[in-house]
Design a protein around this ligand. Structure first.
Ligand code: UDP
Length: 146
């Protein structure tokens, strides 16, 4: 039998998207991150620029939801966060739940607090990096020099 491995200490980029800021959910979302035992290393309210979003969402350029996604992300301020902890990258994505808020399980941020508003883009409250490489790439976009 192999011993369970301890997840590495990592950092991740979390965004509370404009719907979460508008709906006053930043406190509840950060509370869940901290309650899980992750550490907040940076928290800053930012109004994203088109250049920042083009880089952040480069992998989605050309997809049908790309233009409405960028428009949504420009519609108000975003709370940008660096969170740290063992296994925080997968751990935060587990806290966030499935991309589609209708499919997201109860107990997750999206499952508990987001729903399908019938809009062209999923307004699903949060973003979380999906790998160590994405985390470093995205942290450099939102927190240059960190
Ligand atoms: N998105 C959407 N429709 C889709 C797929 C994605 O509106 O069919 C939006 C949604 O806001 C999502 C973001 O694009 O959070 C980025 O998509 P990704 O597949 O990276 O999902 P995530 O990693 O955020 O769960």
């Amino acid at each position: 039998m192999t011993e369970p491995t301890t997840p590495a200490i990592e950092r991740t980029l979390i965004l509370v998207k404009p719907d979460g800021v508008r709906r006053g959910l930043t406190g509840e979302i950060l509370r869940r991150v901290e309650a899980k035992g992750y550490t907040l290393a940076a928290v800053e309210l930012q109004h994203a620029t088109p250049d920042q979003l083009a880089t952040h969402y480069a992998e989605h350029e050309g997809k049908p939801f790309y233009a409405p996604l960028v428009e949504f992300m420009l519609s108000g301020p975003t709370l940008a966060v660096i969170a740290e902890g063992q296994g925080v990258i997968a751990g935060f994505r587990s806290l966030a739940g499935a991309t589609d808020p209708t499919a997201a399980a109860p107990g997750t941020i999206r499952g508990d607090m987001a729903r399908d508003w019938g809009l062209k883009v999923q307004q699903n409250l949060v973003h979380g990096s999906d790998s160590p490489e994405s985390a470093e790439r995205e942290i450099a976009i939102w927190f240059p020099g960190r």
